[in-house]
Design a protein. Structure first.
Length: 271
């Protein structure tokens, strides 16, 4: 069976209710997380690398959290910041962050910033509510949550464009890398789980289209996580019973970092 192209998938975003079932991306996160509250390590007036975004960019699931934003030293931004030659790092992503929160994370990046990574978009749709409705509620609960989230899709497209424009204005010389999200289930049979995966693909398509329109690099991690869904023999995503449900494991974040490195090559962050 031929896999639909990203263009074909994107064209169906506004009419496909399954898109909103991508709820599982945010899952359950610790209650003390502070949406939009930047956390920094090794800040400087000259930031060479800045990491922006939500819980995936903070590193939820990696453990050993450093602050209320749940910044993890095992998250992909921390892994990238440890690469040889990377100086002046600002880890600004925060659990719960939306596209609007990302604009508040832009105080550190400057005209001299050389690399910015961003993972954002899932929280704008209220995917935590959808997780509860579609994976633990009734069919009617799920359908109602789908309708609410689907209505938010056009605004998300606008907000992604606004946020990406703000990033470019703050750091006009930076290479900006925008990542997607992994598929949660490896070989789902349950139609609800199938819909979750299809929804994540469509959400990724929307993020990709917005990133490309802004002149940014998009990194698709769907293939990087292939064979490592929640229901696989070697999962790289925490399952529903974990406090870090639906977020990458340490191995998952290593896959993120590898995919980003392969996409951009070496960005020189030396002084």
């Amino acid at each position: 069976m031929t896999t639909p192209s990203r263009t074909t998938r994107l064209m169906s975003i506004l009419s496909a209710a399954v898109l909103t079932l991508s709820t599982a991306l945010v899952g359950a996160v610790p209650a003390h997380a502070v949406p939009g509250g930047p956390s920094q390590t090794a800040t400087s007036s000259k930031v060479a690398y800045a990491a922006l975004g939500d819980s995936y960019a903070a590193g939820v699931g990696g453990g050993d959290y450093l602050d209320a934003c749940l910044t993890s030293p095992a998250g992909y931004p921390s892994l990238l910041s440890a690469d040889p030659g990377v100086n002046h790092v600002a880890l600004l992503a925060c659990t719960g962050a939306t596209t609007a929160d990302v604009t508040t994370q832009l105080s550190a990046p400057t005209r001299q910033t050389k690399l910015i990574t961003v993972t954002v978009g899932a929280n704008d749709l209220g995917l935590d509510v959808l997780t509860t409705a579609c994976l633990t509620g009734t069919i009617d609960d799920c359908l109602a949550a789908v309708a609410v989230a689907q209505a938010k899709l056009p605004q998300l497209a606008v907000d992604l464009g606004t946020t990406f424009a703000a990033i470019r204005a703050a750091a006009p010389k930076a290479t900006v890398v925008v990542t997607g999200y992994p598929l949660l289930f490896e070989s789902p049979i349950d139609p609800r789980k199938v819909a979750v995966n299809q929804g994540i693909m469509l959400l990724n398509d929307l993020i990709e289209a917005s990133a490309i329109a802004a002149g940014f690099v998009f990194v698709d991690v769907e293939s990087a996580f292939a064979g490592h869904g929640i229901d696989s023999a070697d999962p790289w995503i925490h399952d529903i019973f974990s406090a870090e449900a639906f977020h990458p494991t340490v191995a998952g974040y290593q896959a993120y970092a590898t995919a980003i490195r392969e996409a951009i090559g070496r960005v020189d962050l030396l002084d």
